[in-house]
Design a protein around this ligand. Structure first.
Ligand SMILES: O=P(O)(O)OC[C@H]1O[C@H](O[C@H]2O[C@H](CO)[C@@H](O)[C@H](O)[C@H]2O)[C@H](O)[C@@H](O)[C@@H]1O
Length: 291
C-alpha cells in the first residue's frame, strides 16, 4: 500500500494538502474525517509512531512537533487517544501529554488497553495485577542465563508485565529469535502471553489488546470516522478493529509509521508515512486543514 507524504499547498483553496491514501477505503475514511471532523476519533500508538525509536526506552520522547500538532488537532475532532503497550503513566510522562492546553480530553490507553489515563482527571484506572507476572519476573533472570541470552539483552520492568529487549545486543535479531520459544514457554506456564514487538518480547496478561481497547473506546463515542496510526505488531489488532468497524459501515483510515524493522503494517495500511516525523507531519497538516 502506501502513498506520498506531502506538505504542499493546494493551490485551489490555499489549504495544506493531505497525502492521498492508496486505497479506496482509506480515501473514504479521510473524506469522512474532513466532512465531519467533530465526529472523528484519532488514535495513535506511542513508540515508533509518535516517538522515534531509541535504544533506551526511558529516553524515548514524543517527536518535538507531536504535542503541538495534537494540541491543535484535538479541539477540532471528537477525541484523540494514545494506545500503547507502555504503562499509561510512562507514556504520559515521556509524551509530555499532561497539562497541555488543547489536550484537556486526551486519553492514554496503556498496557495495550488494560490501563486508562484521562487528562480530564489526571488519574489512571487499571485492573488488579496478574499473579503470573510476579512468577515470571522471579524466573526470568535464571532463564536468560540458562539459554545463553546474548550480551546486551535486558529486562524492562513494566509493573503489569515484563519485557525482554534485544536492541542493544550485537546481533539484535539473533538475540530476539533465541528467546522467542523459551519466553513463550515461560509465559504459558504462568498464564501469560508473549507480545512480540520491535526487538522486544513482552510477557503480559492475556485478555486485552489494542483492538479490544480501540473498539471499547470508540463504542462510547459513537463517531462517524476513525483514524489509527501504528508501527509495530502490537498495532495489528487495532488495524483489525478498524477493518471490522469499516465492514460495519464506519469509515476509517489505517496509517503506518513506516520502518525497515516491521513490514506487516505497511502491507495493510491505507497510508504509509515516513516514521514518527511523517506521522507528525500528517497530524499537523490535518490540524491545519481542520483549524
Ligand atoms: O505500543 P507502543 O507504544 O509501540 O510500545 C511498544 C513497546 O515500546 C517500547 O519498546 C520500543 O521502543 C523502545 C524505545 O524507542 C525501543 O528501545 C524498543 O526496541 C522498542 O521495542 C517499550 O520499551 C516496550 O515496553 C513496549 O512494549
Amino acid at each position: 500500500m502506501g502513498s506520498q507524504d506531502s506538505h504542499a499547498t493546494d493551490s485551489t483553496n490555499a489549504l495544506p494538502s493531505l497525502p492521498t491514501p492508496a486505497t479506496r477505503a482509506g480515501r473514504d475514511g479521510l473524506a469522512a474525517i474532513l466532512a465531519q471532523p467533530e465526529r472523528a476519533v484519532i488514535a495513535l500508538d506511542f513508540d515508533g509512531t509518535l516517538a522515534p525509536i531509541v535504544p533506551d526506552p526511558d529516553q524515548a520522547r514524543a517527536h518535538p512537533d507531536a504535542v503541538p500538532a495534537l494540541a491543535v488537532l484535538a479541539p477540532e475532532v471528537a477525541a484523540v487517544a494514545v494506545v500503547t503497550g507502555r504503562p499509561a503513566g510512562v507514556a504520559v510522562r515521556n509524551g509530555g501529554f499532561a497539562g497541555v492546553p488543547g489536550l484537556e480530553h486526551l486519553v492514554v490507553l496503556g498496557h495495550y488497553g488494560a490501563e486508562r489515563w484521562d487528562a480530564a482527571t489526571g488519574t489512571v484506572t487499571a485492573p488488579p495485577p496478574h499473579p503470573g507476572v510476579a512468577a515470571v519476573r522471579a524466573e526470568l533472570p535464571g532463564l536468560l542465563d540458562r539459554v545463553g541470552a546474548w550480551h546486551g539483552t535486558w529486562i524492562e520492568e513494566k509493573g503489569r508485565s515484563v519485557a525482554v529487549h534485544t536492541r542493544r545486543a550485537d546481533d539484535p535479531q539473533a538475540a530476539f529469535e533465541l528467546l522467542r520459544e523459551p519466553l513463550t514457554d515461560l509465559a504459558t506456564r504462568h498464564g501469560l502471553i508473549v507480545e512480540p514487538g520491535r526487538l522486544v518480547l513482552e510477557l503480559r496478561p492475556p485478555g486485552m489488546d489494542k483492538g479490544v481497547a480501540l473498539l471499547d473506546y470508540v463504542r462510547d463515542l459513537a463517531p462517524a470516522s476513525v483514524l489509527y496510526a501504528g508501527d509495530d505488531l502490537g498495532d495489528l489488532p487495532a488495524y483489525a478493529a478498524v477493518e471490522k468497524l469499516r465492514s460495519d459501515g464506519l469509515p476509517g483510515v489505517l496509517v503506518c509509521s513506516g520502518s525497515t524493522e516491521v513490514t506487516e503494517l505497511s502491507e495493510r495500511a491505507d497510508l504509509v508515512v515516513d516514521g514518527p516525523a511523517g506521522v507528525v507531519s500528517l497530524l499537523r497538516t490535518l490540524a491545519e486543514r481542520l483549524a
